[in-house]
Design a protein around this ligand. Structure first.
Ligand code: G3P
Ligand code: MG
Length: 241
């Protein structure tokens, strides 16, 4: 664990290789594997309920192309996001509230990635903030690819640590990071050059790489000064847990 409180290994969508992604059982499995933090995706149902889910529909995880915007909280008990994964038992799609309660119970930290499925960024962040503001801020980083979502979060919850997710920083990145009050940069690891890592590290910001599933690459990144890696499977990185 570093001074920032961020562990060096963060489970991706829970521990996606070992359990259903973005699920309560997946987070319990991450804890069993020794991961202290997980990365999870949050998106909205049609009634504005924030749920832990990557896509904007149920096609990939449930085999039916139903958009999330057509669903409401009352529909969740009937949505099974467990069975698609090997022989896992059925389990309902979790709300953000349920997931935060589990993370509290397990004393785990969270990198919450807010998905941008085209909704108004202000509306999305307005639905999420009242829920996350009750969670321990020392165990939370909110991240997004969307600078508009990050800007809205900066307005509504300025003290919350915010991470910019990117596969390539724009030329004006120093100004962008400064203006949005960005705490950490979450870089697609294959695109991160040594020079960029050095420049980012020199700003004092943690650099977190996703999604690193290769042991040699992951160890090299951590050696080079990357703060943490987000991985589908923490087992190859057990010595960093
Ligand atoms: O948080 C970084 C990473 O999760 C972004 O990609 O598609 O797995 O959410 P994705
Ligand atoms: Mg994600």
């Amino acid at each position: 664990m570093l001074e920032s409180g961020i562990p060096r290994i963060i489970g991706h969508r829970g521990v996606r290789k070992l359990a259903p992604e973005n699920s309560l059982s997946g987070v319990r499995e991450a804890a069993r594997q020794g991961a202290r933090w997980v990365e999870l995706d949050v998106t909205l149902l049609g009634d504005g309920t924030p749920v832990i889910h990557h896509d904007d529909d149920l096609a990939r995880l449930c085999g039916r192309p139903q958009p999330l915007r057509s669903l409401s909280l009352a529909d969740l008990p009937r949505i099974d996001i467990g069975s698609h994964y090997r022989d896992s038992p059925p389990e309902p799609l979790p709300t953000l509230t349920e997931m935060l309660a589990l993370l509290d119970e397990l004393e785990m930290g969270l990198n919450l990635e807010v998905k941008d499925h085209g909704e108004d960024p202000r509306y999305v962040i307005q639905q999420i903030v009242p829920i996350i503001e009750r969670f321990d801020p020392e165990r939370l980083i909110l991240s997004s690819f969307s600078s508009e979502q990050l800007r809205q979060c900066q307005l509504l919850l300025p003290d919350l640590r915010r991470g910019l997710i990117t596969a390539r920083l724009p030329p004006d990145w120093p100004l962008l990071l400064e203006n949005l009050g960005i705490y950490s940069v979450h870089y697609r690891w294959q695109a991160l050059r040594d020079k960029e890592l050095a420049l980012l590290t020199a700003t004092g910001r943690p650099v977190i790489c996703w999604t690193v599933n290769n042991r040699i690459a992951g160890e090299r990144l951590l050696r080079k000064g990357v703060t943490a890696i987000i991985t589908d499977d923490p087992r190859p990185f057990s010595r960093f847990l």
